[in-house]
Design a protein around this ligand. Structure first.
Ligand code: BF8
Ligand code: SF4
Length: 629
């Protein structure tokens, strides 16, 4: 037990040692910049600064309660919030669009192939794409085309809404928040928040939910499905986590970003015999890949690639002095990484025209020659091995074993271990639903999202997770929250010893850890579908279930889009960091109260992880009481 768990204090001690390395190297890190940004702008913090037109910027104060056009605090905060949703949905969905294009270019002899044929054919069936007598790749291309149409189709609502439990569909229709085409929802927000359009906070909140849903039940869901089709549906995989996964005597490559169409090819290239031999020629024992942020989640789920860490760990990876290349694509990449890499031998390689960063080495990834392109990038890293300055190397002695890769399919397979096939159908969520109804599990929470220096990084994730499992609440995690859990050892099966008796028994019977790694942030669509499956099984709408979403350290616009689709899906969502709307009493009331009348769920904000945990447990028990279970 001792060896698998790492305390927050131990993590912080490692961070301080690495910070010391930064000082020695004359390198700046996020802690320095946070210090320099100490006095944050109150107007920005409260969401009441508007710079939507060039008559402004206008800032709301008691003496100036309206901008030049007359917009008040409610309008301004609501517009700013809605634009965050639009940007977040755009990021997730544009990632998904790229994956759809990759599926469209997949072929028998190309770099990209179909790995999960069953999933492709299932989706083809769901979308009415005929498969009979057709070549596998013709089906793949047609499915990709249908997916691409979801972004801009002129009529109707998103296809995946059909998957939802009846209560959700009815609510979305009644409240007019059923998303139409994904791009359309994003464009509508940009239009409606232009000067002189919507001034009413409630309608902006509704638009935010609809656009959020276009991400959760659109872009993100398409991203997850098509990624599984191309690269395989994740299965439980053992891996290791934290900076101790870097190797002294190997070429260390850190993969950072989000899009598996790059990272999958880098994984293949790093296993290429010719390149491994080349690395050996250069004096290394081989090539060692490690992931950061959501890319880590993607490649660990499908290949067991080790995880170097989460969002606020990205600079630490370079500070080890042992990384030959950080290869990035899109999202959550500090622009500061370029200057930081310059203080070491590390090559910071950008690959996407959507995320160019000054000071980086830009090698554009060519998806049409994906494998060769990836090989070229990996070769850059190998060539850099000779430049490593051994005197600067410090690889912390910390790595925890972790289980990752719990797709819904994988979870159901584990649940089948306790399904009596003489009585019940296998391949369903019934055992999970039974455990919740009987009270063996009090409920389930999804813990997701980023790191944020506004709170003690990783501490909130870890404390809340521990509190949940100790109280027999099973946890599913994605994104940087999952990485925090991994670093602390909470994704190890042994962590079941920290669980309450009910959860521990379930974990033993079903052979799972108490915290299930379900993937990247795009894969929150998996969590939504799992909850939806339980709701369908129990024949009730999602808001009734003792299920809660928590984003203890969220920071990105993507997280705002996610929050909106999680509440839109009927799941109460607890945030550990305040959204920038507090300058508007109406927005606070809408998000933490009135929105419940619209979609059956609302936000709660609490920065203290102990108090937040208590409130979550109370909410779960209140839902149980209401159900009479
Ligand atoms: O999409 S949890 S810091 S890495 S935004 Fe970014 Fe936040 Fe991490 Fe993945 Ni998600
Ligand atoms: Fe000011 Fe209105 Fe322009 Fe915003 S839209 S900057 S509140 S004038």
């Amino acid at each position: 037990m001792e060896k698998t768990l790492l305390s927050i204090e131990q993590m912080e001690e490692i961070n301080s040692l690495l910070k010391q390395k930064a000082v020695e190297a004359g390198a700046e890190t996020w802690q320095d910049r946070k210090e320099a940004q100490k006095v944050s702008c109150k107007f920005g913090e409260e969401g009441v600064c508007c710079r939507i037109c060039s008559m402004g910027p206008c800032r709301i104060t008691p003496k100036a309660p309206r901008g030049i056009c007359g917009a008040n605090a409610d309008t301004i905060a609501a517009r700013n919030f809605a634009r965050m949703v639009a940007a977040g949905a755009a990021a997730h969905s544009d990632h998904a669009r790229d994956i759809a294009h990759v599926l469209h270019m997949s072929s028998e002899n190309g770099s990209y192939k179909v790995k999960d044929k069953d999933k492709l054919y299932k989706l083809a069936g769901e979308w009415g794409v005929s498969t009979e007598g057709k070549d596998l790749y013709d089906v793949a291309h047609e499915v990709a085309e249908v997916a691409l149409m979801e972004f801009g189709k002129p009529f109707g609502t998103l296809r995946f809404l059909d998957r939802a439990v009846d209560g959700r569909k009815e609510t979305w229709e009644k409240e007019k928040v059923a998303p139409r085409a994904i791009d359309r929802e994003i464009a509508t927000i940009m239009h409606s928040t232009h000067i002189g359009c919507t001034a009413e906070a409630e309608s902006l909140v509704r638009m935010g939910i609809r656009t959020g849903l276009s991400d959760g039940w659109g872009g993100s869901m398409i991203g997850t499905e098509l990624t599984d089709i191309l690269f395989g549906t994740p299965t439980p995989t053992q891996t290791e986590s934290n900076l101790g996964v870097l190797e002294e005597d190997m070429v260390n490559i850190v993969l950072h970003g989000h899009d598996p169409s790059l990272s999958e090819m880098i994984v293949l290239a790093s296993e290429d015999a010719e390149l491994v031999a080349y690395a050996k020629e250069k004096g290394a024992k081989g090539i060692n890949l490690a992931g950061l942020c959501c890319t880590a989640n993607e490649v660990t789920m499908r290949h067991g690639v080790k995880m170097a860490g989460n969002f606020l760990q990205q600079e630490n990876a370079v500070l080890t002095g042992a990384v030959e290349a950080v290869i990035v694509d899109v999202q959550c990449i500090f622009p500061a990484m370029a200057a930081l890499a310059d203080c070491f031998h590390t090559k910071f390689i950008t690959t996407s025209p959507k995320a160019k960063i000054p000071g980086a080495t830009h090698i554009e990834f060519d998806e049409h020659h994906a494998f060769d392109s990836a090989k070229g990038i990996v070769k850059e890293a190998i060539d850099n091995y000779a430049n490593r300055d051994r005197a600067k190397v410090y690889i912390p002695d910390s790595k925890q074993t972790a289980m990752a890769g719990y797709s819904i399919e994988a979870i159901i397979k584990q649940l089948d271990l306790v399904t009596n096939s003489h009585v019940d159908k296998t391949g369903t969520v019934k055992p999970l639903a039974d455990c919740i109804v009987s009270g063996v599990l009090r409920g389930a929470v999804g813990i997701v999202g980023c790191n944020n220096p506004k709170v003690r990084p990783d501490y909130s994730h870890i404390e809340i997770i521990k509190n949940m499992i100790a109280n027999d609440v099973i946890v599913v995690a994605t994104g940087c929250a999952a990485q925090a859990a991994a670093k602390a050892g909470l994704l190890d099966k042994e962590a079941r010893n920290l669980a309450g008796q009910g959860l521990r028994t379930v974990c033993e019977l079903v052979d799972i850890p108490p915290v299930l790694h379900m993937g990247s942030c795009v894969d929150i669509s998996r969590i939504i579908l799992l909850v939806n499956a339980v709701a369908k099984h129990l024949n009730m709408d999602i808001p009734k279930l003792p299920v809660v979403g928590i984003a203890p350290e969220w920071m990105s616009e993507k997280a705002v889009a996610i929050g909106n689709y999680v509440i839109g899906s009927g799941i109460d969502t607890f945030l550990g960091v305040y959204p920038q709307v507090t300058g508007s009493a109406e927005m606070v009331d809408l998000l933490t109260n009135r929105v419940e009348d619209i979609v059956g769920a609302k936000f709660t904000v609490e920065m203290d992880p102990a108090k937040l945990s208590e409130q979550v447990l109370e909410r779960i028990e209140a839902k149980r009481t209401a159900l009479g279970i």
